[in-house]
Design a binder for this molecule. Structure first.
Ligand code: FES
Length: 108
């Protein structure tokens, strides 16, 4: 695993429990969530019509898209109605007081 793929996305304490932050990382728009146990980072773009998933409410490990209420599991990015459809999930680590996500550039 290359450390160079990890990018800072927030500081510890910046995202409240139950909250999220959207940021641009490595040419991607990434939504970072704090579920109170750990942080999750997923592709911010809803695969339905492109809403920002990071602005949707999070409950019980799922985020609900603010436009048409599709729900996605933060653990693996799967759509709750059909797990074959997924949003990309990025590995997260905490390094000191910095939250980092392993974000690869968008496909060409
Ligand atoms: S844009 Fe997300 S459910 Fe429609």
């Amino acid at each position: 695993m290359s450390d160079t793929a990890f990018h800072p996305v927030a500081r510890v304490g910046e995202i409240p429990v139950g909250g999220s932050k959207v940021c641009e990382v490595a040419g991607r728009i990434v939504a970072v969530f704090n579920d109170g146990q750990r942080y999750h980072a997923i592709d911010d773009l809803c695969p339905h019509m492109g809403a920002s998933l990071g602005s949707g409410p999070m409950t019980e490990g799922m985020v609900t898209c603010p436009w048409h209420a599709w729900r996605f599991r933060l653990e693996d990015g799967s759509w709750c109605d059909n797990p074959n459809l997924k949003v990309e999930v990025f590995e997260v680590r905490v390094s000191g007081d910095v939250i980092e996500a392993k974000v690869t550039p968008p496909p060409a």
